[in-house]
Design a protein around this ligand. Structure first.
Ligand SMILES: C[S@@+](CC[C@H](N)C(=O)[O-])C[C@H]1O[C@@H](n2cnc3c(N)ncnc32)[C@H](O)[C@@H]1O
Length: 311
């Protein structure tokens, strides 16, 4: 896996428009920083999604029905899934995340609190196709909260949904939270908090990359940039060079690369797409789901959907 990540980083950093996949945000520090972001006043998605889940707990559980296995995609600290246990009553819980150590610690803690549920932590890269042959005959409910789907380009999101619909084998569905289009200022503040936690989260990706590649990104040379790109309906996060500089990427097995950055040059680190309710449910339909039920908050900031996989 490490070799693949190294190759992936080499390719993305030496591309014409350099970028780093957002999955590299989540080393141990990144996972903790994300937890702090969710506590910020400006970061409405976590709070709003939780409000919807609490306000509609019974209706959501009814829509879901029986659950043999709850698969928590990008589980993080597993807190959101654990709050569903009492209403959904899964027989098994499988937490999947790229941040292995953080995930394993969270699942070990959770297993002590819920000894009746068989739990498993699975370190996995969700940007690759998923398959769960060992539980193919069980009713699976996939859980993908936090608008993590917003990090996927729209075509990639379509493939991801198709993959999930197929893995349900006509028995199960997807419970998903997605951030909705809203006024610019609210969106801007959510990714530009005055305390600078989102900036730290963004910059930390360079420390993670240095650890994986042995590169020499120097944090004081970079600054956080986040803005709403209205035409593409997405928040973009970038890191901007504060000076002309060189970054050395050690050999990828063939040659050493030196990347030149000019002051103001950007490395693209994340997109966070914002959807309308109609566009999003249409996407789920196209991917192989039907009977889609939706819940939202009074300001219509965020949407929670349960979509049944078609038979
Ligand atoms: C925005 S956080 C959401 C965490 C939690 N589900 C929530 O809603 O609060 C995204 C989570 O997805 C994980 N993640 C990001 N990219 C991933 C990938 N390519 N494969 C697996 N997990 C990934 C991160 O480690 C992180 O825990």
């Amino acid at each position: 896996m490490k070799q693949t990540l190294l190759e992936e980083l080499h390719l993305s950093l030496t591309a014409d428009v350099p970028f780093i996949s957002p999955k590299f945000f989540y080393d141990e520090i990144g996972s903790h920083l994300f937890d702090v972001i969710t506590l910020l006043e400006e970061y409405y998605p976590t709070r709003t999604e939780q409000w919807i889940m609490d306000a509609h707990r019974a209706a959501i559980a009814k829509a879901i029905g029986d659950c043999d296995v709850l698969l928590d995609l990008g589980a993080g600290n597993c807190a959101k899934a654990s709050q569903l246990f009492s209403s959904i009553k899964p027989k098994q819980y499988r937490a999947l995340d790229i941040s292995k150590e953080y995930l394993e610690a969270a699942v070990a803690d959770l297993q002590k609190q819920f000894p009746q549920i068989a739990m498993r932590a699975q370190a996995i890269d969700l940007s690759l196709p998923m398959a769960f042959p060992d539980i193919s005959n069980l009713r699976k409910i996939f859980f993908f909260p936090g608008s993590s789907i917003g990090n996927y380009d729209p075509e990639k999101a379509d493939q991801f949904f198709t993959n999930i619909a197929q893995e349900c084998h006509g028995n199960g569905g997807l419970l998903i939270g997605v951030d909705l289009v809203k006024d610019r200022e609210t969106l801007h503040l959510a990714y530009n908090d005055p305390l600078g936690v989102t900036a730290a989260f963004n910059l930390n990706i360079l420390l993670h990359v240095n650890r994986i590649m042995g590169s020499n990104f120097h944090l004081p040379n970079w600054e956080h940039v986040a803005f709403f790109n209205e035409s593409l309906s997405r928040i973009e996060m970038h890191l901007r060079a504060r000076a002309d500089l060189e970054v050395i990427l050690p050999s990828d097995g063939t040659k050493e690369h030196v990347i030149q950055f000019k002051v103001g040059d950007l490395i693209h680190t994340e997109n966070s797409y914002k959807y309308t309710q109609e566009d999003f449910t249409e996407k789920l339909h196209r991917a192989g789901f039907d009977n889609i039920q939706t819940w939202t908050d009074p300001k219509k900031y965020f949407l929670v959907c349960f979509a049944n996989a078609k038979n």
